[in-house]
Design a protein around this ligand. Structure first.
Ligand code: ATP
Ligand code: BTN
Length: 263
């Protein structure tokens, strides 16, 4: 079987519970780099048992099979970069960036989330399935039912998009970044770090026990963890799932200005 990601297929399912679940179930028979998309996902999943909610025909719900990554969290980087590039192409004026650990934001609103899951067989990691949801044609009313502020390409640019075209383009971008990663993973990791626009910012973090911690997000560690330096100089490392950034306290005007390319 040809295992090169250039030739890996795009599978489009009309309806599925979750593209991640489907890809995990069928992992053994899928070629490395296969992209699976759903027209409608009835039980989309976020991290930690949370739901990813999309109405039929309004969003991109796509997963990919990665059998050849150096570290599991790299799979989310590959699919995340593909998603960010697509969002930038269709909403170039919007300030889009990665919000650690796994989201794409437009200022204070989430437009996309990534869920990566390791595939274990007999206690060994065989690969990773990484899925991305991108809000495309939802109206502000559709998004208002979500727990946290969210946006879509359509809300940003004021028109509806042809989902089939975007789905194909996203699949091509995932393959492109996977190919670049395989020849030079460092370039891809550097690109991803550059787009994590909260690095260098003072942040307030909500801890699982309800307490709050404050400090400067200094770097992302070798395993994707957040490195934080508190005001008294103490250094901390947090894995995703351990903490939640309080985005309501970030000054997005300031951040956007800081990130604008100098004229
Ligand atoms: P973290 O900051 O740790 O990533 P999170 O709140 O983003 O936390 P996740 O598990 O990454 O949590 O994602 C689930 C979140 O996404 C939930 O808060 C849920 O309300 C929200 N959500 C669900 N569907 C959508 C959607 N289509 N668009 C934007 N947000 C959504
Ligand atoms: C998050 O922000 O928590 C991650 C959301 C990930 C959603 C995508 S949609 C395609 C794939 N299938 C799923 O069930 N989840 C991911």
């Amino acid at each position: 079987m040809d295992e090169s990601p250039e030739k890996s297929p795009l599978i489009v399912l009309d309806e599925v519970d979750s593209t991640n679940t489907w890809a995990m179930r069928n992992f053994e028979t899928l070629v490395d780099g296969t992209v699976i998309a759903a027209v409608f996902q009835s039980a989309g999943r976020g991290r930690l048992g949370r739901k990813w909610q999309t109405l039929p025909g309004t969003a991109l719900t796509v997963s990919a099979v990665f059998k050849n990554v150096e570290k599991p969290f790299h799979a989310g980087i590959i699919i995340g970069l593909a998603g960010l590039e697509l969002i930038r192409e269709y909403a170039p004026a919007a300030f889009s960036f990665f919000k650690w650990p796994n989201d794409i934001y437009i200022r204070e609103c989430k437009i996309s989330g990534v869920l990566s899951e390791g595939v274990l067989r007999g206690g060994c990691l065989r690969g990773v399935v990484s899925g991305i949801g991108i809000n495309v044609n939802q109206s502000s009313d559709d998004l208002a039912v979500l727990e946290n502020p969210a946006t879509s390409l359509s809300v940003l640019v004021g028109k509806k998009f042809f989902l089939e075209k975007l789905r194909f383009e996203l699949a091509e971008k995932i393959k492109k970044y996977y190919i670049i990663y395989q020849s030079n993973s460092g370039t891809v990791l550097e690109l991803w770090r550059d787009e994590n626009r909260l690095i260098g910012e003072n942040l307030v973090l909500n801890m699982p026990d309800g307490s709050v911690r404050q400090g400067c997000f200094t770097a992302i560690g070798a395993n994707g963890e957040m490195c934080l330096r508190s005001s008294d100089g103490e250094n901390f490392r947090f894995d995703c799932g351990d903490v939640k950034i309080d985005t309501s306290l970030i000054d997005f005007n300031l951040l956007e200005n800081k990130c604008k390319p100098k004229q």
